[in-house]
Write a protein that binds this ligand. Structure first.
Ligand code: 5GP
Ligand code: ZN
Length: 139
């Protein structure tokens, strides 16, 4: 797609430090390197994000995540890895061509800070919500 920076990386009109490529998928180093080895894995086909992705594209994309992740850990000698995917602006998406962030982790001060808020579980609310979601999956 014209004006899409990741499509331009796919077609070679702008450079990237590529680490994996096949017919459907490309992985390259993120320019910001939030942690050393920070990588983006993208479908070559232009898709806005996971919310608009078909199963076939998802299968091709996600099937390479374990293999690339293991290679990243070995190459950077990291101790762990976060996988992050932002969908839409509210979730932090800034480039609207689907991508999965792979972030090798080294220690608590390596540049990435993710914290979940912990609340007391409300089991009734959980059950009601799970029923609502289940219906959406089945519909
Ligand atoms: P988002 O915020 O959409 O989840 O992530 C977009 C990511 O793309 C950011 O981490 C940003 O650093 C990266 N990025 C943006 N432009 C380029 C580029 O031209 N080359 C590379 N390698 N990464 C880019
Ligand atoms: Zn694109």
């Amino acid at each position: 797609m014209e004006n899409c920076i990741f499509c331009q990386i796919v077609n070679g009109s702008i450079p990237a430090s590529k680490i994996y490529e096949d017919e459907h998928v490309l992985a390259f180093l993120d320019i910001t390197q939030v942690t050393k080895g920070h990588t983006l894995v993208i479908p070559k086909k232009h898709v806005r994000n996971v919310l608009e992705m078909d199963s076939q594209t998802a299968q091709e994309l996600f099937s390479h995540i374990p293999e690339i992740s293991r290679a990243l850990l070995k190459a950077t000698q990291a101790n762990g890895l976060n996988i992050i995917n932002n969908n839409e602006e509210i979730a932090g998406q800034t480039v609207f061509h689907a991508h999965i962030h792979l972030l090798p982790r080294f220690d608590e001060k390596d540049g990435l800070d993710i914290q979940f808020t912990t609340n007391q579980p409300d089991f009734d609310a959980l059950n009601t919500l799970s029923e609502t979601i289940k219906k959406e999956i089945l519909s």
